[in-house]
Design a protein around this ligand. Structure first.
Ligand code: ADP
Ligand code: MG
Length: 457
């Protein structure tokens, strides 16, 4: 029997394929499988807003997906962990559920054994094994594993944790987001000392998605001190990131340079052979006989993300089960018909981004580049700087030059200001998310106004 956590991971893989990306991000990204007892499946969600929405609008899709996976009737319950009031609220008429565990646990499936090694991930795999076998060695400390979404970063981090735990080492696994939340509530509860003690006592500290620390100055500083203490005493630190440390926007230079002290290893999208061997491994584990022609078909369809690859296989298997037929290439194609193979997302063209910002704030484009200083224009300009910085390859100098011949330092200050305001100001956060969505939609427009990479289609 799989754990609720794993079942939900698989369900998310399927759900991600069935709804559009921004909806998925908004409603599902921070959910987790909490428990599965009788026919009640409890999903943890970050706030009541999300609970209500999922309860009202997505319940049937979620239940259908879970039923497909579990092959049994399921009633889903949404549980909000309300930190302020320190109690758990549930949606779906089921009360008195345990609060979700404070510390994310290691996923038992994510081991070195279950990781398929090939040229696209060999270095990261070897480095993670090395650091897990001999934690604290300077040449691997810290270890930074970076790469795109669904390429195995979290998997490798968990695998390290398992090895160290088996050696009875005190392993602390967290995500940068979790770390931030904990830090913020430790300030509120005046327990920063406990917070620091906890992290300082780790013999191996694993932090997933470190890029989320960028722009959160206080949290970053607190991590910086913990990092130093652990590193000074040769405790192993490993982090993952969606990009190499030097490309994380708005990360303090001192932390960035420390992340580069040890070893930095990237993960590349899997080549065809790797995709096939991942699919074979997975099918074998599921105990399903899937013929090579079907595996070929799936591997040709999904190229850039191993999570999606697994999701597609699950979906094909579930579909065949539902129809009560063998998995043939025809059945597989039918099952995958609405899974669009995703293009690699290129950074948006700066001009498109600027146009969208100007339109959103309803100011003329020339004003954005002018020296006008009314409130609306200044905000629009700062947002434009921030978004150019975080979403395109442009340097601070280039951004300053484009936006009214300003100094790089001015741009850097604006970016920091917006990054820190986003933390407190949900309205601003929503505005930026809305602009991002518009840019992304325009970028995807088939009209061809934007150059697209068609090599994979
Ligand atoms: P990331 O953290 O990079 O977004 P994950 O580590 O969550 O990606 O991996 C996504 C899924 O793909 C997980 O189920 C993981 O087990 C699987 N996976 C990734 N890389 C491999 C691999 N090389 N071999 C087997 N499974 C993999
Ligand atoms: Mg991950």
């Amino acid at each position: 029997m799989k754990s609720a956590l794993e079942i939900w991971e698989t369900a998310l893989g399927e759900l991600e394929l069935q709804i559009n990306k921004s909806n998925y991000r908004t409603w599902f990204e921070k959910t987790s499988g909490l428990s599965y007892q009788g026919d009640h499946f409890v999903v943890g969600v970050p706030n009541t807003f999300i609970a209500e929405y999922l309860d009202k609008s997505q319940r049937s899709l979620i239940e259908k997906t879970l039923i497909g996976l579990l092959q049994k009737p399921v009633t889903v319950v949404f549980s909000v962990n309300n930190e302020q009031e320190n109690r758990t609220m549930t949606y779906g008429g089921y009360a008195q559920l345990p609060a979700p565990p404070k510390q994310p646990r290691l996923n038992l499936q994510y081991t070195f054994d279950s990781f398929v090694v090939s040229d696209c991930n060999r270095l990261a795999y070897a480095a993670a094994m090395g650091a897990a076998a001999k934690p604290g060695q300077r040449s691997y400390n810290p270890l930074v594993i970076y790469g795109g979404c669904g390429l195995g970063k979290t998997h490798l981090l968990h695998a390290m944790g398992h090895v160290a735990q088996a050696e009875h080492k005190r392993v602390l696994f967290t995500s940068a987001e979790q770390f931030t939340n904990e830090f913020v509530s430790s300030i509120r509860e005046r327990s920063t000392e406990d917070f620091r003690t906890k992290y300082r006592s780790a013999e191996m500290l694993l932090v997933d998605d470190i890029q989320f620390l960028s722009g959160k100055q206080q949290t970053e500083e607190s991590f910086f001190h913990i990092f130093n203490e652990l590193h000074n005493t040769d405790r192993q630190i490993a982090v993952t990131s969606d990009r190499p440390p030097r490309s994380i926007p708005m990360m303090e230079e001192r932390l960035r340079s420390r992340l580069e002290w040890g070893l930095t290893a990237g993960l590349q999208p899997p080549d065809l052979g790797t995709r096939l061997s991942i699919l074979r491994t997975k099918a074998r584990k599921e105990g399903v006989n899937v013929t090579p022609d079907v595996l070929d078909l799936i591997a040709e369809h999904i190229k850039l993300n191993i999570r999606e690859l697994e999701g597609a296989l699950n979906r094909v298997i579930a579909y065949a089960k539902l129809l009560g037929v063998q998995v043939t290439p025809t059945v597989a194609s039918e099952a995958m018909v609405d899974i669009a193979p995703k293009q690699p997302k290129l950074p948006p063209p700066p001009s498109l981004l600027l146009e969208t910002v100007a339109r959103y704030f309803q100011i003329p484009m020339p004003d954005l580049k002018s020296h006008k200083r009314d409130k609306q224009t200044v905000l629009a300009r700062q947002v434009a700087m921030y978004m150019l910085r975080s979403e395109t390859e442009w340097s601070l100098t280039q951004i300053g030059k484009e936006l009214g011949d300003r100094q790089a330092i001015t741009v850097s200050q604006a970016c920091r200001k917006i990054a820190s305001n986003i933390e407190q100001d949900t309205e601003l956060k929503q505005k930026i998310a809305a602009i991002q969505e518009q840019v992304s939609l325009l970028q995807d427009e088939p009209s061809g106004r934007v150059q697209r990479n068609t090599a994979n289609s």
